[in-house]
Design a protein around this ligand. Structure first.
Ligand code: NDP
Length: 311
């Protein structure tokens, strides 16, 4: 139950600095009572939890909880909780987050498209050699996942002239994007760059594996989905076999990537510390508050998670 008629929101984002979120939420919702875990006060008063990477069973301790709002677009960590209360869960859809991901993906696709790894290798050897790069219209880029992030990245790649193919559960109608559903192998075969922006679900875990990667020839992989989309043990063999030429990994099965892991030192692999698109509190704080206000007004939350589908 709310405290003194005020809506009580608990910020419980594990592994994330609370201050910027508290500042953004306070600015957007001066009329709410904001609490920051572990200072939850009377747990019976908590109406909403804004969450990231909570421990198992964490959300169960708030008996009056009305809904959970995630600061990230991926809710796999939330759904791993085996003792989740049966309240609605909203994931993050935010223009700042989307823009960040679009910029990162475009940067990496252009990096590979314009043969930067080859020039960097040449420079290390003192080699002066011009290499012919095809135009974007002759470069096939495949985007796995055509949701809020995948569709925005596909649109930006198409606007930059790339031949864009997109793979999703259901076929989409997006300008400049050839949309596919069905077996991943057939989708991947013509791709020269592959961008993974899938949610992690039982159906997508391990989709990038020896069999699927073997469809590619000299391609570049950009994994910005989740580490477990890739069978990590299959990556270096796929590079050695020439199915892949290089890979940018922003996400890993275990984060941080452990010291001494071969990915750290393989020159074909770029390791990014899960930073391709950090949710910006400045834009996402007001998004969360607007969603809570909607719910308080009796409407369904936007961007509700389908627990059965896992995203
Ligand atoms: P959405 O839920 O909006 O989109 C998910 C897309 O994946 C949809 O197009 C969906 O198909 C498709 N999909 C789901 N399951 C399958 C399947 N089994 N086969 C084929 N396609 C499938 O998610 P977002 O775009 O918001 O986010 C995508 C993911 O990006 C997040 O779940 C998260 O893992 C990752 N992410 C990573 C970040 C980072 O910093 N690295 C930051 C933010 C997100 P359909 O449209 O038919 O439902």
């Amino acid at each position: 139950m709310s405290a003194g008629g005020k809506t009580v929101v608990l910020l419980a984002c594990f592994g994330v600095r609370a201050e910027p979120w508290l500042a953004a939420l306070s600015k957007a919702a001066p009329d709410f009572e904001l609490r920051v875990w572990p200072d939850a006060g009377d747990k019976d008063e908590i109406d909403y939890v804004v969450v990231w990477a909570q421990p198992n069973g964490f959300l169960r301790q708030f008996p009056s909880l009305r809904a959970v709002l995630c600061i990230g677009a991926g809710v796999d960590r939330i759904l791993e909780d085996t003792d989740l209360p049966k309240v609605p869960i909203a994931r993050m859809r935010d223009e700042g987050l989307t823009q960040g991901m679009v910029e990162f993906v475009l940067a990496r696709v252009l990096h590979y498209h314009r043969l930067m790894p080859a020039y960097e290798a040449q420079q290390r050897q003192g080699v002066w050699r011009q290499l012919a790069a095809p135009l974007a219209r002759d470069r096939a880029v495949g985007v796995l996942g055509l949701g809020q992030l995948g569709a925005a990245c596909a649109a930006s790649l198409a606007a930059n002239g790339f031949k864009v193919r997109g793979w999703s559960r259901t076929r989409k109608d997006l300008p400049g994007v050839q949309s596919f559903e069905g077996p991943l192998e057939a989708f991947l075969a013509p791709c020269e760059v592959v961008v993974c922006l899938l949610p992690l679900t039982p159906a997508t875990r391990g989709v990038l594996n020896a069999a699927t990667l073997s469809q590619l020839s000299g391609a570049s992989l950009i994994n910005v989905g989740r580490g477990a989309h890739l069978v990590e043990d299959d990556l270096i063999p796929a590079l050695d076999a020439g199915h892949l030429a290089n890979a940018t990994l922003d996400v890993f099965a275990t984060e941080p990537l452990v010291a001494g892991h071969p990915f750290w030192t393989d020159p074909r692999i770029t390791v990014i510390p899960h930073a391709s698109a950090l949710t910006p509190p400045g834009t996402a704080g007001p998004t969360i508050v607007a969603n809570i206000r909607r719910h308080l007004a009796g409407q369904d939350l936007l961007d509700l998670v389908d627990r059965a589908a896992g995203y």
